[in-house]
Design a protein around this ligand. Structure first.
Ligand code: GRF
Length: 203
């Protein structure tokens, strides 16, 4: 079986990158992490990539004339490593058409809420508590021009407890992210994902 090359975009802690690296290292995994691109220098995600011997490139916004030029450089790196799927795993920039069109329906994002609830913001877990919802969770979706609005690949619900703070809730959601994201990547690597409009079907 062909092993799919996956590129991962990161900006910070990189715990989801760690989960992907770990899963890709399992015997018979249908994908490998071929490249990591960070838009920030010196973040823990880069250390994780180095420890796993994964090629990592820093492409900072400030080093380019504008966001388009920076994101064109990101596409170039992903192409150099022959990435067939791209995962935004804690990447803190909105992806421009340049990137989306280079990888049509081949970019995944992980978001710490049950979309379309609490989309867009950086504080989805705190917003969930503020709103008083009883069920929170996380979503893997395909990236389209609509921020946090692309077809949903998978979601996991996480109950909100009376004792929750934003940090505690985020930690329990993160545990689920670390399961769900590698599982979603495997589905793509196995060619089992079919998209019809906003709906995703798993064959
Ligand atoms: C995660 O909560 C993810 O859902 C969100 O950003 C966070 C990234 O965490 N998009 P990490 O860098 O993977 O640890």
């Amino acid at each position: 079986m062909d092993v799919m090359n996956v590129g991962v975009l990161v900006s910070g802690r990189g715990s989801n990158l760690g989960a992907l690296i770990e899963d890709a290292s399992q015997a018979g995994a249908p994908y490998r992490i071929a490249a990591v691109v960070s838009n920030r220098l010196g973040v823990p995600a880069l250390r994780r990539a180095a420890e796993a011997d994964v090629a990592a490139t820093v492409i900072e916004r400030g080093a380019y004339a504008d966001r388009h030029a920076q994101q064109r450089a990101i596409v170039e790196v992903l192409r150099e490593h022959d990435c067939q799927l791209v995962v935004a795993a804690g990447f803190d920039q909105i992806l421009h058409e340049t990137v989306i069109q280079a990888f049509p329906q081949r970019i995944l994002n992980i978001h710490p809420s049950l979309l379309p609830a609490f989309a867009g913001g950086l504080h989805a877990q705190a917003d969930a508590l503020e709103c008083g919802v009883k069920i929170a969770g996380c979503t893997v979706h395909i990236v389209t021009a609509e921020v946090d609005g692309g077809p949903i690949v998978d979601q996991v619900a996480v109950p909100v407890l009376d004792t929750d703070t934003a940090e505690r809730l985020a930690a329990r959601i993160l545990e689920q992210e670390h399961q769900m994201l590698p599982a979603a990547v495997r589905l793509f690597a196995e060619g089992r994902v079919r998209v019809e409009g906003r709906r995703v079907f798993i064959d």
